[in-house]
Design a protein. Sequence first.
Length: 79
Amino acid sequence: MPLNIRNEEVNRLAEQLATIKHVTKTDAVMLALKGELRRTMEGVPLAERVKILQDRILAYPPTGDEADKAFFDSLSGDE
């Protein structure tokens, strides 16, 4: 989905970062967003970050399959 930036200051900042980093404006926006997300997540306690991942995993419905040693051995080719 495209992102249309219609704010002149945001556009100017993206151009400035792109020039400094020698990347496209799109890459500059991506770098800035990833950096801000990383800094934001670093401020979240580890227990809360782990809970986010646990909730995401628990949202998948159970398959009923047993994931035992034989199962993992079969995935890696070990018998």
